[in-house]
Design a protein around this ligand. Structure first.
Ligand code: MN
Length: 489
């Protein structure tokens, strides 16, 4: 079992990677999992190694890779959190523990309420550090790739929770490629008959569309050359599960000839100006289809940050075709989402380097990105009923996430006030609160907090809770603590 391939992948994008630490983590994990085997009969260490490889393909930092290698150590071996701290430091130990917590949350609740509650816990555990999510997604990805060996019931359970939780999560993080792959892996386990039907039904249509796109691609290349625009023209075939979802829409009604983006053309160029130039070139040759027309996600990005111009046109022989136009950087972001942002923002700031990440100078930025994601997520959940139906996250619409000055996330019900927040942090902080700031500005103690607020409590030693707080607080915890205080008196 060698890690040569992993190391060469890492060195190709991060020459300053901490290879000693990565090697140490691999040896540690191999030792810890010694004697354990996967159901396939392979040594267990092949799993964390594959997870680390997936993370390296996303060009993630050394810490993420190390955590990928160690992610099952606390859960599946006698190694403790304390030993992890001793060997790898608190940051890595905390990340591994975060993943263990996420894995232990059972999403099959006996009621919707418990389900949503558990889901919240999971998101909360993940929101402490984005890397917990990325490692968890890579873990799920590899488990699905190797799921055929599992007992049927377990396989279905894993696949179902992938469709319910992990794929939507990847989508929210803008990781389109990960989302599509997770769904396609889960699809045959959850809907075997439908999967079989769709593969057979769609095959000739895919073939025909691909042949057609080959011709159209040559034509567009010629046009680009005439206008002196350098770019790359490719095509992408729709992921099967996403095709299945589209076929189930009432306006499509299982008629694949109404799916115009079965195979879409993709034009990648160097800058935004060229994107619009390409749009002009396309429209001067092929007329846009009325009513579907152009969607400009560069001017107005999707909530998950997706940017691209989509236009649906009558191309050769009036065949309806979708063309997607974007820059190379937008393309990278559309495929890899937050993971790509990570790499790019780092490269831009001071060249990719681990010292940058490990010294903590990078941490606030990375945390802020995740905060933004959470906040826009919340917004979308409130705004879009379609999103709510497609996910089981509706319980979250009635919750807000606020942050302590240290960056810790607190999950509170809608309408929560600084007093609710203070009691959520610590009873004493609640009891001694005399004032509060939200995002640096003084607010009243009955102020209704919003998702994404950074809340600071001003306290005074020896202060006592006020009875009128009971008029506006919304959490049971705050109510209980305040009442307890007055009973004791
Ligand atoms: Mn695992």
């Amino acid at each position: 079992m060698a890690i040569d391939k992993l190391i060469s992948t890492i060195q190709s994008y991060n020459p300053g990677a901490n290879i000693d630490l990565i090697t140490k983590a691999f040896d540690f994990a191999r030792e810890a999992h010694l004697g354990q085997k996967r159901l396939s009969g392979e040594l267990f260490i092949t799993h964390p190694l594959s997870v680390a490889q997936i993370l390296a393909n996303y060009k993630l930092d050394s810490t993420s890779i190390v955590v990928g290698l160690l992610h099952d150590v606390i859960e599946d071996t006698p190694v403790t959190y304390g030993e992890m701290v001793k060997n790898f430091g608190k940051e890595i130990a905390d990340l591994v523990e975060g993943i263990t917590k996420v894995s232990n949350i059972k999403l099959q609740g006996s009621s919707d309420e418990i389900y949503v509650e558990n889901l919240r816990k999971m998101i909360l555990a993940m929101s402490k550090d984005l890397r917990v999510v990325l490692v968890k997604l890579a873990d799920r990805y590899h488990n699905l790739q190797t799921a055929s060996i599992l007992p049927k019931e377990r396989r279905i359970k894993i696949a179902q929770s992938t469709l319910d939780i992990y794929a939507p999560l990847a989508e929210r993080l803008g990781m389109g490629e990960m989302k599509g792959n997770l769904e396609d892996l889960a699809f045959p386990y959850v809907y075997p008959a439908e999967y079989k039907w769709l593969t057979e039904y769609s095959r000739p249509y895919f073939r025909k569309a691909e042949e057609f796109l080959d011709k159209a691609t040559k034509f567009v290349y010629k046009k680009l050359a005439e206008e002196n625009i350098t770019g790359k023209v490719t095509s992408r075939s729709k992921h099967l599960y996403s095709l299945w979802e589209k076929l189930n829409r009432p306006e499509i009604d299982k008629d694949i000839t109404k799916v115009y983006d079965l195979v879409a053309m993709r034009v990648l160029v160097n800058n935004i100006r060229d994107c619009y130039a390409v749009l002009g070139i396309i429209h001067s040759s092929w007329k846009p289809v009325p009513a579907i027309g152009v969607r400009d996600f560069i001017a107005i990005p999707k909530p998950n940050g997706y940017r691209s111009i989509h236009t649906t046109v009558f191309s050769f022989k009036e065949r309806i075709t979708e063309v997607q136009i974007r820059t190379f950087e937008m393309h990278e972001e559309a495929e890899n989402g937050v993971a790509a942002h990570w790499y790019y923002s780092e490269k831009k700031s001071s060249g990719i380097s681990d010292t940058n990440l490990n010294s903590g100078t990078f941490a606030p930025l990375e945390k802020m990105n995740w905060v933004k994601q959470l906040v826009s997520w919340q917004k979308e959940i409130v705004d879009s009923t379609e999103f709510m139906e497609s996910l089981k996250f509706d319980g979250l619409a009635h919750r807000i996430f606020v942050f302590s000055p240290k960056g810790d996330v607190y999950d509170l019900p809608f309408g929560a006030t600084p007093i609710d927040f203070a009691y959520a942090v610590h009873t004493r902080l609640g009891n001694q609160a005399i004032g509060a700031k939200a995002n640096g500005k003084m607010v009243s103690l009955d102020h209704k907090l919003k998702s994404g607020d950074l809340v600071e409590i001003i306290k005074k030693e020896g202060e006592r809770p006020k009875k009128d707080w009971l008029q506006f607080i919304v959490t049971r915890l705050a109510k209980r603590e305040i009442n307890k205080h007055f009973r004791e008196k």
